[in-house]
Ligand binder design. Structure first.
Ligand SMILES: [Zn+2]
Length: 122
């Protein structure tokens, strides 16, 4: 594994969370195919999948958005805990795309200090 990729992966495993469940990520050696191809990937042990992860602030915002608005991208699926998590992940992807687009995040996370709204105030 290239040193730079390894460094970035370690940093993401320490900083980022699973965009679906918000859980901690691990670095695992993944076997891609029966011919022996394998490599290190960020992995969510809770969701049991390879997971690049998202910034924890983005995950929290995505979860709040789904909770507050009832956002449902998957109208053809029965509403379950799983579709809830898929919706949180979908909103997280949109928010991540936006923050990258506006230069608010880069590979090291947020590029500006955030002023997060306090949930208790209102
Ligand atoms: Zn997960």
């Amino acid at each position: 594994m290239k040193a730079k990729r390894a460094e970035e992966m370690i940093a993401r495993s320490e900083r980022c969370v699973c965009k679906q469940c918000g859980g901690q990520l691990e670095i695992r050696i993944i076997v891609y195919n029966k011919y022996g191809g394998s490599g290190a990937e960020l992995y969510c042990p809770h969701c049991q999948k390879i997971e690049y992860g998202t910034e924890p602030e983005i995950y929290r915002a995505a979860k709040d958005f789904v909770d507050c608005t009832g956002f449902n991208h998957f109208v053809d699926l029965e509403e379950t805990e799983r579709t809830y998590l898929l919706n949180v992940a979908k909103v997280g992807e949109i928010l991540s795309w936006g923050t990258k687009y506006w230069g608010l995040t880069d590979k090291n996370g947020f590029t500006i200090p955030l002023q997060l709204s306090d949930e208790d105030e209102e």
